[in-house]
Design a protein around this ligand. Structure first.
Ligand code: PEP
Length: 238
């Protein structure tokens, strides 16, 4: 079954957890990463039916890092996963592949599952560099173990734009990522889930998620309401 993960980014106030309560009532296989400020309330209303995660974590367990949140803190709130390496973190906060790898290792040490994001910019795709960029991101940001790891392929130019790659392009690059994961992790790489992310909506989910090596979706804008995220899950389930 496809895994559908919502990334709320910097959206949502207290009343938004009602959407998570509605998701919990509707389905049991949705994951949502609300902003840090809502995680504890989201965990309560999700009541174990929706898994709640963070959108980022610090690589250190604790210390003098004003404004940052560690993986252990997320786990302490009841989060069970964390997104690392989102392109908005890489761009807005200058996060490198080495940073992303350190965060992934810290998250696993705290017992969180990791959704590790990779993806090329439009310029890189137009220059024919998409595979090289993705390969370099994997080489630099993967932890040493595949345990607890999920990959999210998110072409930067498709995030929040309403544009998506063709189904053939999605199949091609997911197949390329699969090959790299098997090279890196052996048989464990074959079993890793690879999500597609970038302008997934209820009306394109079935086509995009029906491609080989696509194990689900990481969804931004369309994850903010239970109706929309459940519709994506339903479309993916066929
Ligand atoms: C994302 O931010 O991970 C994302 C895929 O956003 P959107 O679905 O809005 O393109």
């Amino acid at each position: 079954m496809a895994l559908i993960v919502g990334n709320w980014k910097m959206n949502g106030l207290g009343d938004s957890v009602a959407e998570i309560a509605a998701m919990a009532a509707a389905r049991s296989d949705l994951w949502v990463a609300p902003p840090f400020t809502l995680i504890d309330r989201a965990v309560i209303v999700a009541a174990g039916a929706v898994r709640i995660g963070g959108q980022d974590c610090h690589a250190k367990v604790s210390g003098a890092h004003t404004g940052c949140v560690s993986a252990a803190m997320l786990a302490d709130l009841g989060a069970s996963f964390v997104i690392v390496g989102h392109s908005e973190r890489r761009t807005d906060n200058g996060e490198t592949d080495a940073d992303v790898r350190a965060k992934a290792i810290a998250a696993r040490a705290a017992g969180l599952q990791v959704i590790l994001c990779i993806g090329e910019t439009e310029g890189q795709r137009d220059a024919g560099e998409a595979e090289a960029i993705v390969a370099a991101q994997l080489a630099g940001s993967l932890p040493d173990s595949a345990d607890g790891l999920i990959i999210a392929y998110e072409p930067v130019w498709a995030i929040g734009t309403g544009r998506t790659p063709t189904p053939g392009d999605v199949a091609a690059i997911h197949g390329f990522i699969r090959t790299r994961l098997v090279e890196r992790f052996g048989p464990a790489g074959q079993g890793l889930r690879i999500l597609y992310g970038g302008s997934v909506k209820p009306d394109n989910a079935a086509l995009l998620l029906g491609q080989p090596n696509v194990g689900g979706a990481l969804v931004g804008g369309a994850s903010l309401t239970a109706a929309s995220l459940a519709a994506i899950a339903a479309a993916a389930a066929g």
